[in-house]
Design a protein around this ligand. Sequence first.
Ligand SMILES: Nc1nc2c(ncn2[C@@H]2O[C@H](COP(=O)(O)OP(=O)(O)OP(=O)(O)O)[C@@H](O)[C@H]2O)c(=O)[nH]1
Ligand SMILES: [Mg+2]
Length: 239
Amino acid sequence: MIIKSVNLETVCGITSSVPENIHPEIAFAGKSNVGKSSLINALMNRKSYARTSAQPGKTQTINFYNINDELYFVDLPGYGYTTVAQSVKQKWGKMIEDYLHKSTKLRAVFLLIDIRHEPSVNDKNMYDWILAQGYHPIIIATKLDKINRSQILKHVKMIKMGLEVEKGTIVIPFSASSKQGREEIYELIQMLMDDQADMSDMEDQEDTDNQVQTDNQVDREDQVETDNQVQTDISNADE
Ligand SMILES: Nc1nc2c(ncn2[C@@H]2O[C@H](COP(=O)(O)OP(=O)(O)OP(=O)(O)O)[C@@H](O)[C@H]2O)c(=O)[nH]1
Ligand SMILES: [Mg+2]
């Protein structure tokens, strides 16, 4: 995937309604401070276009980044930190729920989990909630540079078990510092975009064709996981 242009096109607060975009959207969810904005910057090839902070609660709006005039990265406010009043947290929660529920262009949800720690109750709730909305979250295990390479597989397993992920769920370890994992994420986004194009072509076709499409997608997802596994093994071999 080649980034030709990026533009923070819409900023949505608790009182504004979400835009009706014409291009597909990819949303990034996860607890506060997990690295959502940092991941988006890495994907956009920008140092600090999406604002980041060591202080949790930096992103307090839903930010829509127009990429190449062909898709949107959607930066969501984080959940699960304690310094904000309960009433404000509830409003943000509602805002995120509304968005995930109402967006018609949402193509995929990436759920970010800190690779160092077991998923929290909030993480598990978010995972289950995204599933309940009909999406199959793609997990990005962030801050990969903070653990020893020999620990990667163990920690990925811990995340899968902690979230009780569905079979075939993709988990991509990623570091915003080293950019490790970025190519896999680009590939995945490209696949999602290609599927989107396929689906528009197929709109008038029979249900049976759709079934084939779904099966293909599962195969491809497995493939990405396998590729990623290889990547991780290669990383281990580097040491
Ligand atoms: N070492 C390391 N630090 C990271 C990585 N990703 C993010 N950080 C740091 O973690 C902090 C939080 O990152 P953000 O990208 O602002 O996190 P966020 O999920 O957008 O947080 P909210 O906007 O509060 O929800 C910042 O200090 C980042 O520099 C990473 O891969 N490695
Ligand atoms: Mg942020």
